[in-house]
Design a protein around this ligand. Sequence first.
Ligand SMILES: NC(=O)c1ccc[n+]([C@@H]2O[C@H](COP(=O)([O-])OP(=O)(O)OC[C@H]3O[C@@H](n4cnc5c(N)ncnc54)[C@H](O)[C@@H]3O)[C@@H](O)[C@H]2O)c1
Length: 438
Amino acid sequence: MSSKGVNIQPAEGGLGVLLIGLGAVSTTFIAGVEAVRKGLGKPIGSLTQMGTIRLGKRTEGRVPKIKELVPLAELGQLRFGAWDIFDENAFEAAITAGVLQKELLNQLKPELEAIRPMKAVFDSRYVKKLQGTHVKQAASKWQQVEQLREDIREFQKKSRVARLVVIWCGSTEIFIRPQPVHESLKSFEEGLRRNDENIPSSMLYAYAALKEGIPFANGAPNLTLEIPALLELARENRVPVCGKDFKTGQTLLKTIIAPGLKARLLGLSGWFSTNILGNRDGEVLNDPDSFKTKEESKLSVLHHILQPHIYPDLYQNFHHLVRINYYPPRGDNKEGWDNLDIFGWLGYPMEIKIDFLCRDSILAAPLVLDLALFLDLARRADMYGIQEWLSFYFKSPMTLPELYPEHDLFIQLMKLKNTLRYLRGEEQITHLGLDYYQ
Ligand SMILES: NC(=O)c1ccc[n+]([C@@H]2O[C@H](COP(=O)([O-])OP(=O)(O)OC[C@H]3O[C@@H](n4cnc5c(N)ncnc54)[C@H](O)[C@@H]3O)[C@@H](O)[C@H]2O)c1
């Protein structure tokens, strides 16, 4: 099927990327973009920068870069801003995070030092391990939202950008279940006025962005956008949103390996995952309430991919355990061990061991870049509400309540690319291919 495509506004003018949290992921992203601009490194891991897309028949040989197919902002058009509860500029924060080498950071010092975080909206009831010093004072959550909206407008004016996107790269908040106050925009706004405790800081940022008509992505496992009130606002203001929890490290590997086991109908009796990491994220996750938010996000993945209700002989009652251990000597260089107990023909057992010495923020940075550029594209194409085609980037992709999320990385990629083909009126690729032979 081919269509005429969708009318997309051109990517003219600057694009402001406002990051909530100026920690390991944000600084690795910003410094990375600056390094690529200066020719000091390559944007490895980024689909928008390096990815290609096949168009039409295999015999046509049309394989442009994704950024040649759809109009995306160029790296030179990006301007960065951030909020954080610590008053460190991006250079200092990058040194604290300890991800990138000082030698590289020194070459980017003027650009990074120029990025000073705005005062955060923060309440340590929602992130128990942190105490902020660079935090807004206001009498109510409603007023905090007003201050955030003012920050956004001020940033846009000062940096003279044409458009903005906002991405949550802040710490993981405690686990919160949807409550009546989240049910509608009206009840949510009443809740803001009376400081309802079920509205954590992340929802204030999301509300402020959506009120300003700015796309929002949630890189952490917090509930944030996944409440009817904010989805209603996104639809009302025609703003695209997506989340949640960047898919990096161990979960990335899970969504690569599990579809393979299922494709070959190999059974699974258990999957044990344990991690050691020593960055600030690890410290926050050392609190059981924040860990619970992360755990929920990590556990659902295998179930959705393996579908035990459809394959009871292979996947019923498999054991799935996930542990994260805060171990400071490791810093951002996490180590994740996986033990898979699988079984094959006639039920004979086998084991797979994986030891992934990964760098969390190195895996996350290109996702932030792609999400900023694709959300901006979605806005210019008048796509709004949940952007399921961006599931590729998340551990717990957002969907409509009546749909189950798609976790298989390869289906997610196909969905993303078919969405881009659709936007440009190119044929969908089904991989049928019979016509070559008949
Ligand atoms: N690194 C990865 O691969 C990865 C993968 C998936 C999800 N995440 C999530 O992304 C988030 C960022 O990870 P990180 O490694 O950069 O963590 P980090 O601790 O280095 O950075 C988070 C920053 O957010 C700030 N912060 C906390 N609450 C805030 C608030 N209300 N307003 C403004 N700033 C606030 C903290 O002060 C800190 O500087 C975490 O929630 C993490 O769970 C990271």
